[in-house]
Ligand binder design. Structure first.
Ligand code: NAI
Length: 488
């Protein structure tokens, strides 16, 4: 039988391999599995139509199937051109009950190694629910919730609606980035097909839950400018997200990516980490754990002092550029590594970005540097021969290398992040009135709940307050235990 399920993935025959990995991941994701048990019977997400844009990995497969177990319908794209695990994408399309010939899972539009045009086409696809609407005989044509990572899905809706209101898509100028040109082209084609689509989509959206620092930053900016179209929950700033995923996740997946990409020994080498936020802290600790001599850079005096007190040298990149063997960026800022830095590096130094976008390393300038030549060592590993006569090794073309060269963060830490995501989707869908347009973090009792759901698996014995002790420190016995501004 042929199926009407729309999707585009690399190879559906990878589904069995993906299903095995998903099964193992479920055992490492106790938070998500507990939510399935708690909310499966009552189906609180029945009627929810979720457009997801987040790295299409094995862990994300467990997230998607949890949303479905709670009653939601879902469409999915990846939020990075290199981060999809093709076997996970295939397994999600086939679904636990379907077969390769009759897929019965979720429409996924993602494969490893998309072009930018394909990437934005996939993002556009998660907003087109006409197949589902036709099956339902429904009025709506799009989703009612977004689950975003980095804000690209949210950006598409905002620009789509803005250009519809303006009566057309503006022409690119010399200042328009290569990627934004693709966004403009994608929206131009979309507006030609349907000139009020994004206005309808925006009108139906109850909100977005945003996964990462970079996406959250965009949301606060939109809100400050009075342009945010719907409520947003900042999942990143749940303590059980940023203080775990960003830090302990990177501590695992950065060395994983370096090993798979280059297998270069880290011990004894000089590693440089730009940024000592949550991601930088995890990166610096991992590299030190491997015996590298780690130097950190910061623009914030508090983080710089923290790095120093943690025992790291803190220097400007320029001061130590000629000593560095492994250069890692995790700032969420742009132009942190520029061509002049690349030219100053040692021969075959490794350049690795774990911030969200590829502009942390000025790849555009490298690509247009006269005399520079790119040699592919293997996919996502490129030697750039520079006019200086030296080469540098750039991982994942300057994009997130822990996802491009490895498989991202491990399941257990992602269970914390994604349990926050599911709770945030539940908040927006079932307590809509509590969230007028604005940007929110989840209430602390839910943050504590996420942590609680992960203690048993690690054999953690939690000490219980006596009523007398609770009264003495002024908190309820059952929590929350800290004031909102406590920093952990
Ligand atoms: P954060 O805000 O905690 O840390 C970033 C740090 O970089 C800040 O302390 C800031 O002062 C510093 N910084 C900014 N510009 C700098 C510059 N020019 N030079 C040196 N330091 C500079 O943010 P967080 O949570 O650590 O995230 C950083 C980036 O990593 C974001 O883009 C985020 O989206 C991304 N991220 C990536 C993950 C991955 O799997 N690769 C996982 C989680 C977050």
């Amino acid at each position: 039988a042929t199926s009407a399920l729309p999707f585009k993935v690399a190879d559906l025959s990878l589904a069995t391999a993906g299903r095995h990995q998903i099964r193992l991941a479920e055992n490492e994701m106790p938070g998500l599995m507990a939510l399935r048990e708690e909310f499966g019977p009552s189906q609180p997400l029945a009627g929810a139509r979720i457009a997801g844009s987040l790295h299409m990995t094995v862990q994300t497969a467990v997230l998607i199937e949890t949303l479905v177990a709670l009653g939601a319908r879902v469409r999915w794209a990846s939020c990075n051109i290199f981060s999809t695990q093709d076997e996970a994408a295939a397994a999600v399309v086939v679904g636990p009950e379907g077969t390769v010939d009759a897929p019965a899972g979720v429409p996924v539009f993602a494969w490893k190694g998309e072009t930018l045009e394909e990437y934005w086409w996939c993002t556009d696809r998660i907003f087109d629910w006409s197949a589902e609407a036709a099956a339902d005989g429904a009025e709506w044509t799009g989703p009612n919730l977004i689950l975003d990572d980095g804000g690209d899905a949210t950006l598409l809706v905002h620009h789509g609606r803005e250009f519809e209101a303006a009566g057309g898509v503006p022409e690119a100028t010399d200042a328009t980035s290569a990627e934004f040109r693709v966004v403009l082209d994608t929206l131009r084609a979309s507006l030609e097909r349907d000139a009020s689509r994004w206005t309808r989509v925006a009108g139906d959206l109850l909100g977005v839950t945003e996964e990462t620092t970079t996406g959250v930053h965009r949301l606060y900016e939109l809100h400050a400018a009075g342009e945010l179209l719907f409520p947003a929950i900042n999942v990143n700033d749940s303590v059980t997200k940023s203080k775990f995923d960003n830090k302990y996740g990177i501590r695992h997946s950065l060395p994983d990516g370096l090993n798979r990409a280059t297998d270069v020994l880290m011990g004894g080498k000089v590693a440089f980490v730009a940024g000592y936020g949550d991601v930088g802290k995890g990166a610096a600790e991992a590299l030190r754990g491997q015996g590298a001599r780690v130097i950190v850079s910061e623009i914030d005096p508090i983080n710089a002092l923290q790095a120093a007190m943690d025992g790291f040298e803190v220097k400007r990149l320029e001061s130590v550029i000629g000593e560095i063997d492994i250069l890692v960026t995790g700032t969420g800022n742009k132009d942190v590594v520029r061509v002049e830095h690349l030219l100053g590096l040692k021969h075959l130094a490794v350049v690795a970005n774990v911030g969200h976008f590829d502009n942390e390393i000025d790849m555009a300038a490298l690509e247009s540097l006269p005399g520079a030549e790119r040699v592919e060592i293997k996919p996502q590993v490129h030697e750039w021969r520079l006019p200086s006569g030296r080469s540098v090794l750039v991982l994942s073309e300057g994009r997130l290398m822990n996802l491009g060269n490895a498989t991202g963060h491990p399941s257990f830490v992602m269970s914390n992040s994604f349990t926050n995501q599911v709770l945030a989707q539940l908040e927006l869908y079932t307590r809509t009135d509590a969230y007028p347009t604005g940007v929110y973090v989840l209430p602390k009792h839910l943050d504590e709940k996420v942590a609680r759901l992960h203690l048993d698996a690690l054999g953690v014995e939690l000490t219980e307050l006596t009523p007398d002790q609770a009264a003495y420190i002024g908190v309820p016995v059952e929590g929350p235990y800290k004031v909102d501004h406590y920093r952990y």
